[in-house]
Design a binder for this molecule. Structure first.
Ligand SMILES: NC(=O)c1ccc[n+]([C@@H]2O[C@H](COP(=O)([O-])OP(=O)(O)OC[C@H]3O[C@@H](n4cnc5c(N)ncnc54)[C@H](OP(=O)(O)O)[C@@H]3O)[C@@H](O)[C@H]2O)c1
Length: 359
C-alpha cells in the first residue's frame, strides 16, 4: 500500500476510557489504515505510577500485556519494562498526538509542552479546559487541539458547534441536559422515589462517583457548560456559570459516610419540588444554559411532553439556538456517557487531527 502515514500516539491515563481506546486501536487498526491511510503507532502509555515508552512504537505484545495488567486493576508500573518517571521528552515531537484520558488537574503543563513542540492534543479530560481563561485559552484557540468527548461523550456536539461557526452562523444560546447521572436522579424523583433512595441507588449502580457529591454538586455539568460557551466564542470565566448543587451547604464538609446517612433530610424538599412541577404539567430536569454573558446550571421545571422532559437515564440533549436555527434549535441527543462511545469519539478526534495535515 502507498502513502500510509505513521502517526505516533501518546496516551495519558489508562482508566475506563484509555483501556477502551487501546482496545479499539488494536481492533480497528487495519480498517483505519485502509480507510484513512494512517497508521496509529502508540509510543507511550502512562498513568500516575509510570510510563511505558518506545519512540519506535510499542509492540502489540507490550500493548496487550499492558492492557491485561491494567484491566486486572494494577498500575502501569507493574508492566515489565515500565519506567517510574513521567518524562515524555523521548517521545514528544512534532507530528505526535497526545491524548489526555486522565481525570487529573495536573496535565496542563504537559499539554502546553506538547503544543509548543508541534504535537497535537486530544482531550477527554475536562479539567484543563475548565481552568481560568488565561490558562485554558490556548486549548480553545490552537488548531491542533480536539476535545469532542468532553461534552456528550461520543455525540458530535463540539463538531456541530464548530461547523455552525465555520459556516458563518452566530450562536445565541445553548441549553441542554449534560449529565446522565443527574438525568437518572431526575427520572427517579419523577417516578416518586425519595431523594435519599434515588441517590443511594445511583451510587450502588456505579452511576455516581464513590462520593455522590462529586456529581450532585453540578461542577462537572458547569465545566461542560463552560466548554460549550468557550467553543461558541464566549471567553467566560468559571464563575460566570451559576451552579445549583443538589444538596445543602450544611452537608458540604461531612464525610461520605455521614453524607449518605444524612440524605433523608432532603426528601421532603425534593418531593415538594416534584409535586409543584407536576401541578404545572412539568417535570424536573437538571438543565445547563449558556449565552454570551454567562450561564446557569440547575434544576428546572420543563414540560413533561418536551424533549427534555422525555429524557431518560444516560440520555444527553443539547439544543443550539443560532441565527439560522432561531425558532427550532439544532438538536443533538443520545447516550452521553460510556467508555466505548467515549473512546470512539477520542479515536475520531485523533484521526481528524492526523488527517488535518499538520502531523
Ligand atoms: N467514562 C465516560 O463515559 C467519559 C465520558 C466523557 C469524558 N470522560 C472523561 O475521560 C476521562 C477518563 O475517564 P475514565 O472513566 O477513564 O476515568 P478513570 O477510569 O478514573 O481513569 C483515569 C486514568 O487517568 C490516570 N491518571 C490520573 N492522573 C494522571 C496523570 N497525571 N498522568 C497520567 N495518568 C493519570 C489514572 O491513573 P490512576 O488509576 O493510577 O490514578 C487512570 O488510569 C475523565 O476526565 C472523564 O471525565 C469520561
Amino acid at each position: 500500500m502507498h502513502n500510509i502515514r505513521e502517526v505516533p500516539l501518546i496516551m495519558l491515563g489508562l482508566g475506563n476510557v484509555g483501556r477502551a481506546l487501546l482496545r479499539q486501536i488494536l481492533a480497528a487498526r487495519e480498517t483505519v489504515t485502509e480507510r484513512r491511510r494512517v497508521r496509529l503507532v502508540p509510543v507511550a502509555l502512562a498513568d500516575v505510577s509510570g510510563l511505558l515508552c518506545d519512540p519506535a512504537g510499542l509492540s502489540d505484545e507490550t500493548l496487550e500485556r499492558a492492557l491485561a495488567v491494567v484491566s486486572a486493576g494494577q498500575l502501569v508500573a507493574a508492566v515489565p519494562g515500565a519506567q517510574p518517571a513521567l518524562t515524555l521528552d523521548a517521545v514528544l515531537r512534532p507530528g505526535t498526538i497526545l491524548a489526555d484520558l486522565t481525570a487529573s488537574p495536573a496535565t496542563l503543563p504537559t499539554l502546553h509542552a506538547a503544543l509548543a513542540c508541534g504535537a497535537g492534543v486530544v482531550l477527554a479530560n475536562k479539567l484543563p479546559l475548565g481552568r481560568r481563561w488565561e490558562e485554558a485559552r490556548v486549548l480553545f484557540e490552537h488548531p491542533n487541539v480536539r476535545y469532542e468527548v468532553t461534552v456528550g461523550a461520543g455525540l458530535p456536539v463540539i463538531a456541530t458547534l464548530r461547523y455552525l461557526l465555520d459556516t458563518g452562523d452566530r450562536v445565541a444560546r445553548i441549553e441542554g441536559c449534560l449529565s446522565g447521572t443527574l438525568g437518572y436522579l431526575c427520572a427517579q424523583l419523577e417516578a416518586g422515589v425519595p431523594y435519599s433512595e434515588a441517590v443511594s441507588q445511583a451510587r450502588a449502580l456505579g452511576y455516581t462517583e464513590p462520593d455522590p457529591r462529586e456529581d450532585l454538586g453540578g461542577k462537572d455539568v458547569g465545566r461542560k457548560a463552560l466548554i460549550l460557551a468557550r467553543t461558541a466564542g464566549w471567553p467566560l470565566e468559571p464563575d460566570a456559570i451559576t451552579i445549583e448543587a443538589l444538596y445543602s451547604e450544611s452537608l458540604a464538609t461531612a464525610s461520605t459516610e455521614e453524607f449518605m446517612k444524612a440524605l433523608g433530610v432532603h426528601d421532603a424538599d425534593y418531593r415538594e419540588r416534584v409535586g409543584a412541577a407536576r401541578t404545572h404539567g412539568c417535570t424536573l430536569r437538571y438543565v445547563a444554559e449558556v449565552c454570551p454573558t454567562g450561564g446557569t446550571v440547575g434544576l428546572r421545571e420543563v414540560p413533561q411532553s418536551s424533549a427534555l422532559g422525555a429524557l431518560r437515564g444516560p440520555g444527553n440533549y443539547v439544543a443550539l439556538y443560532t441565527e439560522r436555527y432561531a425558532e427550532i434549535p439544532l438538536v443533538i441527543a443520545g447516550p452521553g456517557a460510556g467508555p466505548e462511545v467515549t473512546a470512539a469519539g477520542v479515536l475520531g478526534d485523533i484521526l481528524a487531527l492526523a488527517s488535518s495535515g499538520y502531523a
